[in-house]
Design a protein around this ligand. Structure first.
Ligand code: UDP
Ligand code: MG
Length: 336
C-alpha cells in the first residue's frame, strides 16, 4: 500500500435543499447508486453518507428526507428552523458532517453538477489535497441572464481584488483538516467561495460538465443572487470604500478648479450663464454622495450584524443513524 492510500476515506455528500420535492427522490437514488459504487470500488469507506440539509423548505422536502433516512442508513438529514440561504445550508451540513467524515463534498440537489466527477475529487484528496474545487467547463446550459450576471459578478470581484475562482460555484471537496480550519471562521456574512481560497492548503481543480436542472425551477431568485453578490463583495474586499475616497478626492479637485474659474470669471466682469453646468454638477455630486453613503452604509450594516454575533443558522432537527447496517443495505441493493 502506498503513502497516498493511507488517508482515511469516509465521504459525506452535503446536499442543500430548498423546496426540492420535485427532484429529491431522483437525486437521492442517483447519489445512493454512486455512493455504493464508490464503496464497492474501495474508493470510500462503507461509513460514507449523503447528508441532506433542508433549508426551511415550504413544500414536502423535509418529509421526503425523513422517509429516505428511514429507508437507508446511507442517508442522513438536517433541518433549519427557517430559510437561511444556500451558503448557510452548506456550512451547516459541512459542520455536522465534520464529526464523522474524512472528506465532504458539497453538491446541489438538482444534479446539475456532474456526480461522476466525484472520482476525480477523491483521487485529488488521495493525492494529498485538502481542498478540491469543481470548476464548470462551460456555461452552455445557462440562460442569457445567468451568463451575463455571472460574467459581471466575476469581473467585478476580480476588479475589486477578491480571490474567487471563475466558474467555481460550491461543488467542492474539503478534507477534515480544511473543515476544522473553516470552523474557526466565525463571520456571519458568509461567502464560502471567497473565504475558502484564503485558507491556503494544498488544492486542485476538477473540471465538470454542467447539465440542465433535472426537475423544478432554480431556487436562486434575483434577490438571492444580488444578496450573494453584495455579501461576496463586502465580505471579501474594502476596495469600494477606497474607490469612494479616490472619487471624493477627484470631485473635490474638480470643485476647487471650478471655484477658481468662477472667481476669475467674476473679477473679469463677464456674465456667468452657467445654469446647465451648475445643475449638472450639483446633480452629479448629489448622486455620487448618496451612492457613496449607500456603499459605506452597506459596510456599517455588515459590521452591525457581525458585532451582534447571532447564530448563523438554527438547526431544528437532525437525523443520523450509526453506521453498522451498511452491509445489509449493500446486499439489498445488489440483490444477493
Ligand atoms: N438552495 C438552498 N437555499 C436557498 C436557495 C437554494 O439551499 O435559499 C439550494 C437549492 O436547493 C440547490 C442549490 O442551493 O440545491 C442551488 O440552487 P439552484 O439549483 O436553484 O441554483 P442555480 O443552479 O439556479 O444557480
Ligand atoms: Mg441548480
Amino acid at each position: 500500500m502506498n503513502e497516498q492510500q493511507k488517508r482515511e476515506n469516509t465521504l459525506y455528500l452535503v446536499v442543500p435543499c430548498y423546496n426540492e420535492e420535485e427532484v429529491l427522490l431522483h437525486t437521492a437514488e442517483v447519489m445512493l447508486v454512486k455512493l455504493k459504487r464508490l464503496i464497492k470500488e474501495g474508493k470510500i469507506s462503507s461509513k460514507s453518507k449523503v447528508m441532506f440539509v433542508n433549508d426551511g423548505s415550504r413544500d414536502n422536502t423535509w418529509n421526503l428526507i425523513n422517509a429516505l433516512c428511514k429507508q437507508s442508513v446511507f442517508f442522513s438529514g438536517l433541518s433549519f428552523s427557517r430559510n437561511y440561504g444556500h451558503q448557510s445550508a452548506i456550512l451547516a451540513g459541512m459542520m455536522a458532517a465534520r464529526a464523522h467524515a474524512d472528506m465532504v463534498v458539497t453538491i446541489d440537489a438538482d444534479l446539475q453538477q456532474d456526480i461522476e466527477a466525484l472520482d476525480d475529487f477523491i483521487s485529488c484528496y488521495m493525492a494529498g489535497c485538502e481542498i478540491v474545487y469543481g470548476v464548470r467547463c462551460d456555461r452552455d446550459s445557462d440562460g442569457f441572464f445567468k451568463k451575463l450576471s455571472a460574467n459581471v459578478f466575476y469581473g467585478l470581484m476580480h476588479l475589486l481584488g477578491c480571490k474567487v475562482m471563475s466558474n467555481h460555484a460550491d461543488y467542492r471537496l474539503l478534507s477534515k483538516r480544511a473543515l476544522d480550519a473553516l470552523a474557526e471562521y466565525k463571520e456571519v456574512n458568509l461567502f464560502l467561495r471567497g473565504l475558502i481560497p484564503t485558507m491556503g492548503f494544498q488544492s486542485d481543480v476538477v473540471y465538470f460538465e454542467v447539465k440542465k436542472r433535472e426537475a423544478g425551477q432554480s431556487k436562486y431568485t434575483l434577490k438571492k443572487m444580488i444578496t450573494l453578490a453584495t455579501d461576496g463583495i463586502t465580505s471579501m474586499s474594502t476596495r469600494p470604500i477606497q474607490i469612494i475616497t479616490i472619487l471624493g478626492f477627484l470631485v473635490s479637485l474638480f470643485s476647487f478648479c471650478m471655484i477658481i474659474y468662477c472667481i476669475i470669471d467674476w473679477f473679469s466682469g463677464r456674465n456667468v450663464p452657467g445654469y446647465t453646468t451648475s445643475l449638472v454638477v450639483s446633480l452629479l455630486t448629489g448622486g455620487l454622495t448618496i451612492f457613496s453613503l449607500g456603499i459605506v452604509g452597506e459596510y456599517v450594516g455588515k459590521i452591525y450584524l457581525e458585532t451582534k454575533a447571532r447564530p448563523r443558522y438554527i438547526v431544528e432537527s437532525f437525523i443520523w443513524k450509526e453506521a453498522g447496517d451498511e452491509a445489509e443495505d449493500m446486499k439489498e441493493e445488489n440483490g444477493d
